[in-house]
Design a protein around this ligand. Structure first.
Ligand SMILES: [Zn+2]
Ligand SMILES: [Zn+2]
Length: 338
């Protein structure tokens, strides 16, 4: 029996009668994490990992009907044993483990395998069937260690400061921004954020994640000399808006896994691209899949066909799963989320 099937409303567990990250409103929704394409409004009840509660309330409203589980805690529902395990993607992100009559399925949600200081690290979970994401499921996607990227970002910021220029870094407001904040060298200058970023910083700080001091960029006027020493974190949607005018002659950059692709930086029209993703790269996906010991792999998001073919050639029962998940590194996904 399949413990998860694709329905028009989203991924559905028939024996448990609940959905995982549904894209249409349902009665019971298990949410892997708070990104806009996975956590949507309108569900009657929500269940998520305890560290993700603040994110969900901040994004979907304080009044949602929300139940939480600690990582690893088990819940029995209609004979299905459900537990949530760290996915290493963003604060509170979880893989959903389902066990029913001896069968074990794990739905990964989004994940990355390199540990970072802003969320619990990815934990491989043994299962018979693994539903994996595949946002960067092509062999060309290999991430440099994040320490190298943070060093690049700090050097770029320092060089701009020495030339009297603000450094504007575009990145997704939830997850990526906080990961970058944690990697910044606050000794270089002031750290400013767009209004879309600061509410998430508050949630991270409340959860005990150490972030450097940040200021609202909107509180600074154009003539303020501090702006020319500052780094500014803003969502991609702020690019080209009148909000940018206060920074005068600035240098800009974009932090995303897509920066690994030649031409992306130019298309974005920014001075620099930093290869930083909250998703697993190709070796990370293959490692995670192997760690589960699963014989059957269902692939969602992104390069489904390439990964399905690769796994099939290695003797796994692999197939694609049609979902409506997007990609938070993409500016259009950014605009679609609150
Ligand atoms: Zn995500
Ligand atoms: Zn996703």
């Amino acid at each position: 029996m399949d413990l998860v099937i694709a329905r028009p409303e989203g991924l559905y567990c028939p024996p448990g009668d609940f959905y995982i990250d549904p894209w249409r409103p349902v009665e019971r929704a298990v949410i892997t994490h708070g990104h806009g394409d996975h956590a949507r409004t309108g569900n009657a009840r929500y269940l998520t990992a305890e560290p993700g509660a603040g994110v969900l309330r901040s994004r979907l409203g304080a009044d949602i009907n929300l139940q939480t589980l600690a990582y690893g805690e088990r819940l029995d529902h209609h004979g299905v044993t459900l537990s949530l395990h760290p996915a290493g993607h963003v604060l509170g992100s979880a893989q959903v483990r389902l066990e029913y009559q001896g069968e074990v399925w794990v739905a990964s949600g989004d994940y990355k395998v390199e540990p970072d200081a802003t969320c619990a690290p990815f934990e491989p979970v043994r299962c018979h069937t693994f539903i994996t994401e595949s946002t960067f499921g092509l062999p060309i996607y290999r991430w440099p260690p994040q320490a190298v990227i943070f060093e690049q970002i700090n050097s770029w910021w320092r060089a701009n400061r020495d030339q009297g220029k603000a450094s504007v870094l575009f990145c997704y407001a939830f997850g990526k921004a906080q990961r970058i904040l944690h990697g910044l060298d606050a000794g270089i200058g002031p750290i400013l954020v767009h209004g879309a970023v600061e509410p998430l910083n508050r949630v991270y700080r409340d959860a005990g994640v150490a972030l450097p001091e940040t200021h609202y960029a909107g509180d600074f006027i154009r003539s303020d000399p501090l702006l020319r020493q500052a780094i500014v974190l803003a969502p991609p949607s702020a690019g080209g808006s009148s909000w940018m005018k206060r920074f005068g002659d600035y240098s800009d950059a974009f932090a995303s896994g897509w920066m690994r692709l030649r031409g992306t930086r130019r298309r974005r029209g920014v001075d620099r691209g930093f290869v930083l993703s909250d998703h697993a790269d190709w070796p990370g996906l293959l490692w995670a899949i192997e760690q589960t010991g699963a014989e059957r792999v269902m692939v969602t998001h992104g390069s489904v066909n390439v990964l399905v073919r690769y796994l099939s050639e290695r003797g796994l029962d692999a197939r694609g799963f049609v979902t409506e998940y997007g990609d938070e590194d993409d500016a259009s996904a950014e605009q679609a989320s609150p």
